[in-house]
Design a binder for this molecule. Structure first.
Ligand SMILES: Nc1ncnc2c1ncn2[C@@H]1O[C@H](COP(=O)(O)OP(=O)(O)OP(=O)(O)O)[C@@H](O)[C@H]1O
Ligand SMILES: [Mg+2]
Length: 226
């Protein structure tokens, strides 16, 4: 298995009850997992723990045989090699699409940066829009910039938090398929969270149903959502 999450428990400082209870899942390399649950069920919290924005009270997370958090270990977020696409895309408004994408590539030479930029622009089909600012792009285009920015440093794991929440219904349907295609093309292991069953059906290889911080079912979309 490529990602192992075992017995994760978590509570925010000012919350009375546990937000996550014994969250456990193993993910294969290249697999797309969706975490499906109602608002407040703890979906974003799972992603915050994996990316290192929060520390679990107990449990273990391992990626590609490297423990990133357990009782004795805490790898800093920027050292985890995890890409993240946020609900609101979180693009830098004063940077163009190309500059946003290159932001995460600080360590590369100028030549390598531009090469990688071309590759990911190609992947998300945005070559013609690279010099536009976020406000000059549609919601769907902004989402693809955010995806390209997350993919550019070739992360070991991609996390997406409700990637369609800002798109209208028509666009959402089209982009679902594009997103699955793009992710599968890169072969990157991914976890995306949503409250929308149709998102899970269209994109995920496997679905985890989360209820009040607890996993209640795991399975293929066709087996547990139809
Ligand atoms: N910083 C915080 N401090 C205290 N409680 C929090 C904090 N952030 C979230 N919570 C609580 O933790 C629970 C889970 O929140 P989380 O954001 O993980 O839910 P979610 O499933 O992502 O919901 P949504 O679909 O609305 O985004 C909620 O009850 C929320 O109120
Ligand atoms: Mg959330």
């Amino acid at each position: 298995m490529y990602v192992q999450i075992k017995g994760l428990n978590f509570k925010y400082k000012n919350s009375k009850e546990k937000i996550l209870k014994d969250f456990t899942i193993e993910i294969e390399k290249g697999e797309i997992i969706s975490i499906l649950g109602e608002s407040g069920s703890g979906k974003s919290t799972v992603l915050r723990l994996i990316s290192g924005l929060e520390v679990p009270s107990s449990g273990l997370i391992r990626i590609n045989d490297r423990v990133i958090v357990d009782n004795n270990t805490f790898v800093l977020p920027e050292k985890r090699g995890i890409g993240m696409v946020f609900q609101d895309y979180a693009l830098f408004p004063h940077l163009t699409a190309a500059q946003n994408i290159k932001f995460g590539l600080k360590k590369l030479t100028k030549k390598d940066k531009n090469k990688r930029l071309q590759e990911v622009l190609n992947l998300v089909n945005l070559e013609d829009f690279k010099d536009r600012y976020p406000y000059e792009l549609s919601g769907g285009q902004q989402q693809r910039v955010a995806l390209a920015r997350a993919l550019a440093p070739s992360p070991s794991l991609l996390l997406l938090d409700e990637p369609f929440s800002n798109l209208d219904a028509d666009l959402q349907c089209k982009i679902r398929e594009d997103l699955r295609k793009i992710i599968k093309q890169t072969g990157i292991t991914s976890i995306f969270v949503t409250h929308d069953r149709e998102d899970s059906k269209a994109i995920a290889d496997r679905v985890v149903i989360l209820k009040e911080g607890q996993i209640v079912r795991v399975g293929k979309p066709k087996d547990i959502l139809d």
